[in-house]
Design a protein around this ligand. Structure first.
Ligand SMILES: C[S@@+](CC[C@H](N)C(=O)[O-])C[C@H]1O[C@@H](n2cnc3c(N)ncnc32)[C@H](O)[C@@H]1O
Length: 198
């Protein structure tokens, strides 16, 4: 596993835990996923560890990742995966019981409200989004970032960081509401979002 960092164009570095992506789901993630309802769609699934974990529990799960490398890895790890941009058309729109955005993926696209609105369109009417967010005090930070690994830099792409205190406002814009926030013993935060009442 090569180590990688996400660096915004102003030089700020956000650590990337690439070793975690290639490992199994952690016991804390197992806890977060304990009573998840299927079918589950894991957006930005990387090498597919969450999809594999869910499938081993007989929870139907599909990973989506725009990166051919990530999708190929996920496939070789035994995950059902679609190599596609999550903003493109996906199967089962409006029918997923759970949409996952784990490990910083709330940042995809650099506009959390737009991303959550995309998740909302994927959800069944009684579905849930589980989005990992950053610790309190982060607010919403929009970055132009590059991934740097093995001496190479990706082209810059839009990304965002969302603190737990800021997820409610972004969710509201997407007609979602925060139902619960789960803080793991190591200090990771997972927000559970459901469709807001009209
Ligand atoms: C933080 S990594 C994934 C980690 C993975 N969720 C985990 O917990 O193991 C982010 C992933 O999102 C994918 N990604 C970024 N933008 C995407 C998009 N627009 N559509 C689909 N996947 C995307 C990247 O290719 C990358 O594999």
């Amino acid at each position: 596993v090569t180590s990688a960092v996400l660096r915004d164009v102003h030089g700020r570095v956000v650590a990337l835990d690439t070793a975690r992506w290639h490992a199994r789901a952690t016991p804390e993630e197992d806890d977060v996923l304990a009573d998840v309802r299927g079918p589950v769609i894991d957006l930005g699934c990387g090498p597919g560890r969450i999809v594999v974990t869910l499938a081993s529990r007989r929870v139907p799960a599909l990973g989506v990742d725009a990166s051919p490398t990530a999708a190929a890895l996920a496939r070789s790890n035994g995950a059902a995966v679609l190599e596609r941009d999550l903003f493109d058309r996906l199967p089962g729109e409006g029918r997923w019981a759970t949409v996952l955005l784990f490990d910083g993926n709330i940042g995809i696209g650099g506009d959390p409200a737009r991303l959550l609105a995309r998740c909302r369109r994927l959800l069944a009417s009684d579905g849930r989004v589980i989005a990992e967010v950053d610790p309190p005090g982060t607010g919403i930070e929009v970055l132009r970032a590059r991934v740097e690994a093995a001496g190479r830099r990706s082209p810059p792409f839009p990304w965002a960081l969302v603190g737990v205190e800021a997820i409610g406002a972004a969710a509201e814009e997407a007609r979602l509401a925060v139902e619960a926030v789960h803080r793991t013993p190591s200090g990771r935060y997972f927000a559970h979002l459901a469709g807001a009442r009209p």
